[in-house]
Write a protein that binds this ligand. Structure first.
Ligand SMILES: Cc1cc2nc3c(=O)[nH]c(=O)nc-3n(C[C@H](O)[C@H](O)[C@H](O)COP(=O)(O)OP(=O)(O)OC[C@H]3O[C@@H](n4cnc5c(N)ncnc54)[C@H](O)[C@@H]3O)c2cc1C
Length: 273
């Protein structure tokens, strides 16, 4: 029988702005008028998934077949990024979405993603972005690997070897390269140095328009109420706010010596010296 090897790429929809704006009254993100995009690091994860599939196929081993699946947990409109992933070469997409998942922190997100991944037969490689533009914690990858009890290599910069059972991964740290050999299944997170993301092909665009994207809710994943959403979250956001930047300008006058002593007194007054 031909084994099906599945590469899972986790992608998240984020607002397309560098500066996230927060409504100070409701403590929620201001989403009006803001375009949503694939989290930028996840585009590298998509490209790597497509490349790893091509490399596995190039091994010309007829005993297995490879498929790349993108998964996103989020509101119904996240389906758009799954279509975009398909236009970029991903084979199919799964949207994990349910009101019961609202309010998930990183752990509940990772737990829910793990439940979805376990529903996919033959998952062997999980690729994530190294962090998101909005939440920005970088926690989902390691938490997901921990829950699935598989190795995790963060900030992978090159997959130097790939076979049906193992990967050799290189990553660049501040002062050195590190090389890891991991057995599969395993998870990695990637950043900008791993590849140059592709652009949608015409064939991909056509495929993405007609692709059926299943929506998996909790009825399908079967988690208990205490395991998901706010109830399954260990952390709770008490308050979110944009720090207020107060600028005070002090104009100095007098001779250079007088200005220096005025600066000195001011710094002392502010307990800065
Ligand atoms: C108490 C609390 C309540 C929250 N409530 C909400 C809420 O109601 N609604 C809401 O939208 N957010 C909510 N969040 C934010 C939510 O927890 C994060 O969006 C989510 O856990 C991902 O964390 P991150 O963005 O830091 O991802 P990171 O850990 O920085 O992401 C790393 C990588 O993990 C993958 N990844 C991350 N998130 C997903 C995902 N959802 N689907 C697929 N892959 C993913 C991507 O590959 C990404 O590049 C809440 C957070 C907390 C702490």
């Amino acid at each position: 029988m031909i084994e099906k090897i599945r590469i899972i790429v986790c992608i998240k929809q984020v607002p397309a702005v560098m500066e996230i704006k927060i409504n100070p009254e409701t403590n929620t993100l201001i989403r009006e008028g803001i375009e949503n995009i694939i989290n930028p690091f996840d585009t590298y994860a998509i490209e790597e998934g497509v490349r790893l599939k091509a490399r596995l196929i190039a091994l010309k081993d007829n005993s297995f077949d490879v498929e790349v699946i993108a998964i996103s947990m989020g509101p119904p409109q996240s389906v758009e990024i799954l279509r975009e992933a398909i236009s970029l070469g991903i084979d199919s997409g799964v949207l994990v979405s349910d009101r019961a998942f609202a309010g998930s922190d990183t752990w509940a997100t990772a737990y829910t993603l793990s439940k979805a991944i376990k529903k996919i037969e033959g998952w062997k490689i999980i690729i994530l972005g190294k962090q998101t533009l909005d939440g920005d914690t970088g926690q989902v990858g390691p938490e997901l690997a921990h829950i699935l009890n598989i190795p995790f290599i963060g900030y992978a910069s090159k997959i130097t070897e790939i076979s049906r059972n193992k990967m050799v991964i290189k990553r660049l740290m501040e002062d050195r390269y590190e090389t890891f050999e991991v057995r599969l299944p395993a998870a990695i997170s990637v950043g900008k140095d791993i590849n140059i993301p592709g652009i949608p092909s015409l064939r991909g665009k056509m495929k993405s328009r007609s692709a059926e994207i299943p929506v998996w809710g909790n009825e399908y994943l079967g988690m208990e109420a205490k395991e998901c959403g706010l109830n399954g979250s260990y952390t709770q956001v008490i308050k979110i706010f944009t720090p207020e930047h107060k600028h005070e300008t002090l104009m100095l006058s007098g001779t250079p010596d007088e200005q220096v002593s005025e600066i000195y007194s001011k710094l002392k007054e502010l307990n800065l010296i």
